[in-house]
Design a binder for this molecule. Structure first.
Ligand code: HEM
Length: 526
């Protein structure tokens, strides 16, 4: 057989095969597999973290069924505290122990402090983060540092927190008034809606002086726009977007998530843009409120020139705060209520503690909270057992690094499974039990120094709203147990559902009975 003959035969076999679709499919898969394996060839000889198999195109998706924090926790028991997981085209590094979390968020914080469109949150960074002009999706760059500095030196300072206490007091009175209304009618209260309204109103009042939730709020086009926008935001945030994960799906947007986010971004720009304009006009007319009465938009406008702060960055910041500060806090409060009705003796202990400090002739004030050790321990235990944000926001390392002795390739998406650490027998005695006493006499705090419990993260990317979030949770809880007895429900169910925030999938209903003289409650039921 000569060379021409072989050529002809190969040609006819190729022609025959090419007419069969299955062959094309196999070829495409082989090509994809080859392409997918290419990046790993660079790491031959490096000690990569172990992990479940990574398949072409989909990565390890097949091993991530159920709630993500549980799936990753389960895998980490098999593969270890630093684990490599493929998610579509991305390499996730999942950290599940306190010492590796400390290495990541303290020792190597500067290497792993980026977020951005290069993590699995590609579209979120573009649309929700306004092209990474915000805090939560931005790289660790001068713009981000300027925004975080504004938060610590202007927006969340102790003096501004004190000055805005009356906003929170007003909204708390509304909440208590609504609970009383229900108790007078003898009806149970579905708490989720009320905690959502409480935190939304507090955040919006602090940010730009408006409230959108409550029976007294006049129905306007702006109100309807705001509420429907919020529903759309929370329905879509945290969804896994195939168009991000699998590069060949990018042009198709099969789930329609990018289209939805594009619309949401446009609506945010319009709504927050109008609010900024109103504030700007007010400033031009010389009607700026003074110092402590200024809201965040006033403060940000006054820093606009000196800090080179664009309107787009202000809009991005406002949208971060609505996203970061409301659902997290409302969900934590709902978990508090779940444990209160399941544990009536704990409720009683908190009531005795608050009564002893505050008496029954006035309501709880923010300053009281520091003197309530059992209530503080109860709240810490809520953050531990029901970790509201069970996986920290993804971080990214620009260059190759290492964790726990493993080689970490550049541009990995890093998750810290804080839920796994908060439930780990290595750090906690009987970790699945709800037991606030474990924190009495312990120095463990929540601000990012004790890595077995970091519900707000730690290091350069830790939550900017810790003080505000903690104030809202602790004061509201203290006021609720002070003002009402809640009927026990020892069997109240706990069933977790995770979408950015960890909720109880069954909304809780409680029956409340007032326990203070009528004149102590303010009668506002706005
Ligand atoms: C119970 C309430 C809250 C919880 C559990 C919570 C939790 C978290 C967590 C876990 C992170 C990620 C930290 C990391 O990756 O290391 C975070 C980031 C963030 N939080 Fe919170 N948060 C709460 C309240 C708030 C409030 C009240 C605000 C704003 C007013 C806020 C704004 C933010 C922002 C802007 C970020 C991004 C920080 C960055 O990327 O640099 N959070 N939060």
């Amino acid at each position: 057989m000569d060379i021409v003959d072989i050529g002809q035969r190969l040609g006819s076999v190729a022609f025959e095969l090419s007419s069969q679709p299955r062959v094309w499919l196999a070829f495409l898969f082989a090509a994809a597999a080859w392409l997918m394996s290419m990046p790993y060839l660079r790491f031959v000889g490096k000690k990569l973290p172990p992990g479940p198999p990574v398949w072409p195109v989909l990565g390890s998706l097949a091993y991530l069924g159920g709630e993500l924090h549980h799936a990753l926790w389960g895998l980490s028991k098999k593969y270890g505290d630093v684990m490599r997981v493929g998610l579509g085209q991305y390499t996730l590094i999942v950290v599940s122990s306190a010492d590796i979390a400390e290495e990541l968020m303290r020792k190597r914080d500067s290497e792993f402090c980026h977020r951005s469109g290069r993590t699995i949150q590609r579209s979120a960074a573009k649309y929700v983060g306004f092209d990474s002009m915000d805090i939560a999706f931005s790289e660790y760059n001068p713009h981000l540092r300027m925004l975080r500095k504004l938060c610590t030196s202007e927006l969340f300072t102790l003096s501004r927190l004190h000055a805005s206490a009356k906003v929170r007091t007003g909204e708390l009175e509304v909440l208590l008034g609504n609970f009383r209304k229900y108790s007078e009618k003898g009806e149970a209260i579905e708490v989720r809606e009320y905690f959502h309204s409480l935190t939304m109103n507090i955040m919006c009042l602090m940010m730009f002086g408006k409230r959108y939730y409550g029976e007294d709020v006049p129905v306007t086009a702006e109100l309807n726009n705001f509420k429907s926008l919020i529903i759309d935001v929370f329905d879509n945030v945290g969804r896994l977007n195939l168009a991000d994960l699998v590069w060949c799906m990018r042009p198709f947007d099969l789930q329609g998530i990018n289209k939805k986010w594009k619309q949401i971004r446009g609506r945010c720009e319009k709504l927050f843009g109008l609010i900024i304009e109103e504030h700007r006009l007010r400033r031009i007319e010389g009607k700026t409120l003074k110092d402590d009465k200024d809201d965040f938009v006033d403060v940000l406008l006054s820093c606009q020139a000196s800090d080179n702060l664009s309107d787009k960055a202000i809009i991005a910041l406002l949208s971060n705060m609505v996203l970061g500060g409301t659902d997290t806090t409302a969900t934590t409060l709902e978990w508090c209520m779940v444990e209160i009705v399941r544990n009536p003796l704990m409720m009683q202990r908190m009531q005795e503690e608050v009564d002893a400090l505050v008496g029954k002739e006035r309501g709880v004030e923010e300053a009281d909270v520091a003197q309530l050790p059992y209530l503080t321990a109860f709240v810490k235990e809520i953050f531990r057992l029901h970790t509201p944000v069970p996986i920290t926001l993804p971080r990214l390392n620009e260059s190759a690094s290492s964790l726990g002795g493993f080689y970490i390739p550049p541009e990995c998406t890093i998750f810290v499974n804080t839920y796994a650490m908060a439930h780990d027998e290595r750090y906690w005695d009987r970790p699945l039990e709800f037991n606030p006493d474990r924190f009495l006499g312990s120095n463990i705090n929540l601000v990012g120094n004790d890595f077995q419990l970091v519900p707000f993260g730690s290091g350069r990317r830790k939550c900017v709203g810790i003080a505000l979030g903690m104030t809202m949770v602790q004061r509201t809880l203290a006021a609720l147990v002070h003002s009402f007895d809640f009927a026990p429900q020892p069997q109240a169910s706990i069933s977790e559902s995770y979408l950015l925030v960890l909720r109880n999938s069954i909304p809780l209903k409680v029956e409340a009975t007032p326990r203070l003289p009528a004149h102590v409650y303010h009668t506002t039921t706005l």
